[in-house]
Design a protein around this ligand. Structure first.
Ligand code: GCW
Length: 690
């Protein structure tokens, strides 16, 4: 494994299917289609050593020419090979006016064996690009036997990466070195590296990217001005051939901070005009910009509340400026009171997103997309799925995930995230039939407004991109699972390990480690969905009462007898934000899933759980087990010493060693905390410190 190449390793494979790889016949196409041909050429060279000859496809009879691989579009191949693509969605995508509203047919492709040739066809140019990457993935997996026919369409039209990078070079919640794009208060990047990044992202289907933080600081506010637009246009140009469009983070108060107006009130005519003119300017530099992302009225960022306007009023003023350019506003729903008083039990932060946004369903313009964190809090190790999903009927929206391991071990601890994403994606919102997140995202866009996913990414300037080399699996897994939510975490782990290490015993071991990592992490972390027992600010390592008397609204309120917040009708009634069936399940401790039971209930420590043991004993047990698991994982990694290159083996070893220390702190601090509170010993007499 070469740590830089991630899942696009150079490795000679067998081509047992005997594919005619040497000749590639390419239909004439645009920028992205040309990139697809280039990716075919590079990929085949990387996997076979062959440099294919690129020849044009000729209309009419191709039977006389030497067999080869044909790259083109459904339409083209319909004529040449009489392949009908009825099974695919029709071209109704053309009816969409908004650049971010794509039908799921867009990006679709098929790979088909035909008379000794292999055809790779896209519904559109992006589809061809994805088809080529899918073909290369299959080739790299090096399976025996004939090459399979494959046909895919992305489940999620929007597959977005958000960077939280700052122009200073610092990456917000970044654990893989400095920014790939910025350093020292300016754009500073290696073009070749950004091209490689675009390739990596496109190879797993990413089609939108924002490169700077949603907290828009001073210099970043000027990204929408002439001072920086030229630089941004250059970045957009690197991503463009890979089918990835730029999204720009903007500040709601830009009319003041940038435009020097006395107000940013969305109803003020000069504010409306300012946004229009500024947006026109932005698009004169980047005509295919996907739109703006906005964090408003959240953790100190300005927003419409200041002017007694609603979130919809705020979003719509930007949306209207974007309409002439087919642009979209991605409006985040992370709106909550971060100045709470811990003494006040009447407020519940978990309710915030739904309370703010549900009453506005239907008030947002068509080119506004709400971006909603997957859970009601903030990317915790385990949270229930946020109740806006399934409930929103008239407003386009996407789900926000976090690949960067802010609360899940800082890319020091191994924590394979598709494990939890598959739970989220399979969650049934219980609004009628076919109402799991995966059904909603795949559903008819007239009835389901869930259009995809955005995720805060885990990459930086570290040579291996992700700090922890095995955290590459999370970036890969994000792309794969949102492309096809029917894939399970296990298949994805296997694919990633085989692609990265080459199929074989090392890949088997790595797959096993990935799959064990999330359950282990969850066990030694905050128990049963209680959330926020992390070190404040840093968010690595335990601090059981770190947020307990603070302003952030994330309390567990443990005393000598009980822990948790009653979010049922007898408490804050958060459960009522869910569809009735789910509300009933969550509100009933006997039926509530145990991995989130402490999110919904205040329970006594002697509450008996499904395994017949008390809650307290379960807390003790999981924390001992979590630590033991990490110990076993470390040993397992050591077994790979002789089969891996040092640059792969050693840094991961060092991380496992740090993880073990971290797991020990978690185990002992959590166990001691509850032992001190309750005075009830561990039934099995293991060591709990006083
Ligand atoms: O998770 C929290 C982070 C902040 C972040 C915020 C957000 C960009 O601690 O660093 O700010 O969420 O999502 O807006």
């Amino acid at each position: 494994m070469n740590i830089y190449n991630c899942w696009l390793q150079e490795r000679i494979v067998k081509n047992t299917a005997g594919l005619p790889l040497e000749k590639v016949y390419a239909e004439k196409g645009g920028l992205i289609a040309k990139q697809a041909v280039e990716e075919y050429r590079r990929g085949v060279k990387r996997l076979t050593g062959i440099t294919p000859a690129v020849l044009p496809v000729k209309a009419g009879n191709n039977s006389k020419i030497a067999p080869g691989v044909f790259l083109g579009t459904y339409k083209g191949f319909e004529k040449i090979f009489q392949i009908t693509t009825n099974s695919f969605a029709d071209s109704s995508a053309d009816n969409f006016t908004d650049s971010s509203a794509v039908s799921s047919a867009e990006g679709g492709f098929y790979i088909k064996n035909k008379d000794g040739n292999l055809l790779i066809a896209g519904y559109d140019d992006c589809g061809l690009l994805y088809g080529v990457f899918r073909f290369l993935m299959q080739l790299a997996l090096d399976r025996d036997g004939p090459f399979p026919d494959i046909q895919e369409e992305p489940a999620s039209p929007l597959r977005i990466i958000n960077h939280w990078d700052s122009i200073t070079g610092l990456v917000g919640r970044g654990y893989a070195g400095r920014s790939l794009f910025f350093e020292n208060n300016r754009f500073d990047y290696n073009k070749e590296r950004i091209t490689d990044y675009a390739r990596l992202l496109a190879s797993v289907g990413i089609n939108r990217i924002s490169i700077s933080n949603v907290n828009v600081n001073n210099a970043e506010k000027l990204f929408i001005t002439k001072q920086y637009l030229g630089e941004l246009a250059k970045i957009a140009a690197i991503f463009r051939p890979f089918g990835i469009k730029l999204i720009l983070s903007v500040s709601f108060a830009a009319p003041m901070s940038v435009g020097k107006l006395p107000t940013a009130d969305p109803f003020n005519p000069s504010v409306i005009t300012w946004w229009k003119e500024q947006t026109d300017l932005v698009y004169s530099y980047i005509p295919d910009l996907a739109g703006f992302i906005v964090k408003a009225d959240s953790e100190g960022e300005p927003g419409p509340f200041q002017y007694n306007r609603t979130q919809a009023d705020g979003a719509n003023v930007l949306a209207r400026a974007l309409v002439p350019h087919n642009g979209t506003v991605f409006w985040r729903c992370f709106v909550y009171n971060c100045q709470q008083d811990w003494r006040d039990h009447s407020q519940d932060r978990a309710r915030a997103a739904y309370d703010h946004f549900m009453p506005l369903d239907g008030s947002f313009d068509d080119n506004v997309i709400l971006q909603i964190k997957f859970g009601p809090y903030d990317f915790q190790v385990r949270e229930p799925v946020a109740p806006l999903f399934g409930a929103l009927k008239k407003t386009r929206h996407i789900m926000e995930l976090q690949i960067t391991q802010e609360y899940t071990g800082h890319q020091i601890d191994l924590c394979y995230l598709p494990w939890i994403w598959q739970d989220i994606i399979k969650f049934d919102t219980a609004y009628g039939p076919d109402s799991r997140i995966m059904d909603l995202v795949c559903g008819n866009k007239d009835t389901s407004k869930l259009e995809g996913f955005a995720s805060v990414v885990n990459t930086g300037r570290d040579r291996n991109w992700t700090g922890h080399t095995l955290a590459q699996a999370n970036l890969f897994g994000y792309g794969r699972i949102i492309w096809n939510p029917a894939l399970n975490a296990e298949e994805i782990a296997r694919q990633w390990s085989d692609l990265s290490f080459g199929p074989g015993p090392a890949a088997d071991t790595v797959t096993d480690l990935l799959l064990r990592s999330y359950p282990a992490f969850e066990k030694y972390n905050a128990p049963f969905g209680i959330c926020f027992m992390v070190t404040p600010g840093l968010h690595y390592g335990p601090n059981i009462e770190g947020y307990e008397f603070d302003r952030w609204g994330t309390y567990h309120r443990a005393d000598a007898h009980a822990i948790g917040i009653d979010r049922t009708p007898s408490g804050t009634d958060y459960t009522d934000q869910y569809a009735p069936q789910n509300a009933a399940v969550f509100a009933d401790p006997a039926r509530c899933p145990e991995n989130v039971i402490l999110f919904f209930h205040r329970l006594r420590y002697d509450f008996i759980m499904k395994n017949g043991q008390t809650l307290l004993q379960n807390i003790y047990d999981t924390h001992f087990e979590g630590y033991d698991e990490v110990e076993a994982m470390l040993e397992k990694w050591k077994s790979l010493k002789s089969s891996l290159k040092e640059e792969v083996y050693k840094p991961v070893l060092a991380r496992f060693e740090r993880q073990l220390k971290n797991a020990r702190e978690w185990r002992d601090q959590v166990n001691t905390y509850f032992w001190r509170k309750t005075g009830i010993p561990d039934k099995r007499g293991r060591m709990i410190y006083d």
